[in-house]
Design a protein. Structure first.
Lengths: 258, 517
């Protein structure tokens, strides 16, 4: 379980706050989506969990233990991290990329190899890719490798920062579904940052809406879709429904004509 | 019989191996210094700026000046360690060259490395953090491997620079391929100059290509190619280290020579006499005037020939002009007292500065003395060697005769005569024992005010060498046995344009002609 308590982060010495007094609990095996506009603080909040960013105030706990009590690299080896830039190491093969965290953690070579083969199957890429370099793969394939790399050391928690932001809609949809499947099958706790509300609605168990560094709405998708006192949240949540209704209307119109 | 190519090839193993060892040591040290600097500076803009600025600054100091500056620095340091720990080290030759070249090699490696690390894709840096790398793991697993191609490119640039610049180390007494160039320039031996340039270029190209092979092997995951390149480089350096030096450095004498023909001949003459006595001898030729004197005082040279006026004014900084005999005796006393240097005695001729013109031109204008020249000076350009215009004798000449020339031009001695013959200058400050005076039909202008001090050639022995009676015995027969006419002719044999002789051949001729025992 992840718990954030009164987390604050400023990048300008307190003149403004990227994250302002956020408290949040993510129960184990939940898939939480954090949505919001650019600059709302969602990525900053995510990065306080694996200490890529250290908060000025507040505390982040994992299973009741403050993350500050663990060395950053130790902590990060236990948390999968997927982000839009992917960041595969260009000088390493796909197999070496996937196996990097187990290798850093000192797994035996044999175990690393077995785990890498298991993961390449899991993200549905052919094993022939293992010897290739990242430059030889398409964007979607690279992000699959990125996901495999994040999962390699059997983390209980996966953080995803706009993981599909740079992908085309079809790939994006496919990978999203894939992630949800992995979340289920590997019993993960997943926190995903996205600005795509539809993606959040379709994948997450729970959605947190952030604005100007604060969480302004927090609930299950169907709750938020049913309505919210904050007008901006309402507008945001209306969007997927409106789109869905328009699509349905188009389909019905077509059916009526036939 | 005078076959410059054959003589060049004969010393190639020594010159090339010395050049290779110096360059390799400087590069290795440069890498050893710049990689830690790179590691320290890569994430700290506060450290990066001054480090890169310092490296760039060093690069802008002319290499020959940097080399020359290290000599007095090391000499002082050596005196200090001598006083503190009783250990002194050789401040001439290898060490100053190594330090200067090392400093030169740093910038390209450092700058390329820093640029490569700083411009790494931020996504890769973020991923390196995200997968749980420690700072050290990021360095070794991500930053250095990804910076390697740029680092190798920097190393290649450094290697080419160092190999090229190492030729200048000759001027601080380190044998390199530059000896061909410096000696060739002094003796107007163009085959040697070209040979030296060609050899340095070839060495630079080969090294560059071997480094390129290593870089290619690394970049394309062909470790065998990288190893091949590395092994060939190491083999080259090992082969250079295996070449024996001519004459063991430890037990023998070091004979010095400044950078003009006569000095080369006299060094050859002195060396041959010492070798005949069974001593191993090393020659350090092409030294600057002040450098030679300091090196002698520091026992880094055993013996060389200098000139009374030069030592009196330039090294001992006197402004008085005692008459010839008094100058010699005062010089003898003072050198012994202040430096422990022994003035063994005069060779019997003088190599003074003299203002010289082309005979026909001087006759047409009726110029016979420096006083006559003063009237025409505003229309004339004066050529001097690289040291002349900084010497007290020039200031005295200018002041006493009221000389105001249209232009002053500095030349390597060999080019100065060409400049006079081609009309680039009208008057030169020539050397009275120079062979080219006769060859070029020059007239020497008289000095009625006796402004130019006596420049008697004298043999100077270092404090340590002076304690060796056998050395004195070997050189004493030269005292007062070399008349000006013979010295001039010996110089002429080397300097003339056709049928040139080597300094060694001229020295042999001189020994014979002077009936030396």
């Amino acid at each position: 379980m992840i718990a954030l308590r009164g987390v604050c982060k400023t990048f300008d010495g307190g003149a403004s706050y990227a994250v302002r007094d956020v408290s949040l609990e993510v129960p184990a095996r939940t898939f939480v989506a954090i949505v919001g506009d650019s600059g709302s603080g969602k990525t900053t909040l995510l990065k306080t969990i694996n200490r890529l960013i250290e908060p000025e105030a507040g505390e982040v706990y994992i299973n009741g233990e403050p993350v500050r009590s663990v060395a950053p690299h130790e902590l990060r080896r236990r948390i999968g991290y997927v982000f839009q830039g992917v960041g595969l190491f260009p000088h390493l093969s796909i197999a070496q990329n996937i196996g990097i965290t187990p290798r850093l953690a000192g797994w035996p070579e044999e175990a690393i190899r077995a785990r890498v083969e298991e993961l390449i199957d899991l993200v549905r890429l052919p094993r022939t890719f293992l010897t290739r370099r990242p430059a030889e793969l398409s964007g979607g394939q690279r992000q699959r490798v990125g996901i495999a790399r994040a999962l390699a050391a059997r983390p209980a928690i996966v953080l995803m920062d706009e993981p599909f932001g740079a992908l085309d809609p079809v790939t994006r949809d496919g990978l999203g579904t894939e992630c949800r499947r992995l979340h289920e099958s590997m019993r993960l706790t997943t926190v995903m940052v996205t600005h795509d509300i539809l993606e959040a609605v379709l994948l997450a168990d729970r959605i947190c809406v952030m604005r100007r560094g604060r969480v302004v709405a927090d609930g299950e998708p169907h709750e938020l879709l049913a309505g919210h006192p904050d007008p901006a949240v309402r507008t945001l949540m209306d969007m997927p429904r409106r789109q869905a209704e328009r699509v349905r209307a188009l389909l019905e119109e077509r059916a009526a004509r036939e | 019989m005078s076959d410059p190519l054959r003589s060049a090839l004969a010393v190639l193993p020594e010159y090339l191996s010395q050049h290779v060892l110096l360059s390799a040591a400087a590069l290795a040290l440069g890498v050893a210094l710049s990689v830690p600097l790179l590691i320290a500076a890569r994430h700290s803009a506060r450290l990066r700026w001054p480090v890169l600025a310092a490296a760039s600054l060093i690069q802008t100091v002319p290499s020959i000046a940097l080399l020359a500056l290290f000599y007095p620095l090391l000499l002082g340091l050596s005196r200090l360690t001598g006083r503190l720990f009783g250990v002194r080290f050789q401040a001439l030759g290898f060490l100053p060259s190594l330090l200067a070249l090392t400093l030169y090699s740093i910038l390209p490696i450092l700058r390329n490395g820093v640029t490569a690390v700083v411009s790494l894709d931020p996504a890769i840096v973020q991923a390196a953090h995200g997968v749980g790398m420690t700072s050290r793991q990021r360095l070794w697993r991500v930053e250095l491997p990804l910076a390697a191609p740029m680092l190798m490119a920097g190393l290649r640039t450094s290697a080419v620079w160092v190999i090229g610049t190492a030729t200048l180390a000759t001027s601080v007494g380190q044998t390199t391929l530059g000896n061909y160039i410096f000696t060739g320039l002094q003796l107007a031996n163009w085959v040697w100059v070209l040979f030296g340039c060609g050899a340095a270029v070839a060495l630079a190209l080969v090294t560059d290509q071997l480094l390129a092979l290593i870089a290619f092997g690394l970049a394309h995951r062909r470790p065998r190619l990288a190893w091949l390149g590395l092994c060939l480089l190491v083999a080259g350096v090992a082969a250079a280290a295996a070449v024996p030096l001519t004459g063991s450095r430890r037990a023998g004498f070091v004979v010095g020579a400044k950078n003009f023909t006569e000095q080369y001949i006299l060094a050859a003459l002195i060396s041959s006499r010492l070798r005949a006595e069974g001593y191993p001898v090393t020659e350090r030729t092409g030294l600057g005037s002040r450098l030679a004197f300091q090196a002698l005082a520091a026992n880094e040279l055993s013996v060389y020939v200098d000139y009374t006026g030069t030592v009196w004014h330039d090294d001992l900084h006197h402004s008085s002009d005692p008459p010839r005999a008094k100058l010699l005796s005062e010089l003898r006393t003072e050198l012994r007292r202040r430096y422990g240097i022994v003035l063994l005695g005069p060779l019997g001729y003088e190599n003074a500065y003299v203002l010289a013109m082309r005979r026909r031109r001087a006759a047409a204008l009726g110029i016979r003395t420096v006083a006559d020249l003063a009237r025409f000076a505003p229309r004339f350009a004066l050529g001097g060697d690289l040291e002349f215009f900084a010497r007290p004798v020039w200031h005295d000449l200018k002041r006493r005769y009221g000389l105001h020339f249209r232009a002053l031009r500095q030349y390597e001695p060999a080019f100065m005569y060409h400049a006079l013959m081609s009309g680039a200058v009208n008057v030169i400050a020539a050397f009275s024992s120079d062979g080219r005076i006769a060859e070029d039909h020059l007239v020497l202008l008289k000095d009625p005010l006796h402004v130019i001090p006596p420049y008697d050639a004298v043999i100077l022995l270092s404090p340590r060498a002076a304690r060796n009676p056998a050395l004195r015995r070997a050189l004493e027969p030269l005292i007062n046995h070399i008349p000006i006419g013979l010295m001039r002719h010996a110089n002429f044999l080397v300097d003339r344009r056709n049928d040139k002789r080597t300094p060694r051949q001229a020295a042999r001729w001189l020994a014979h002609a002077a009936h030396l025992r």
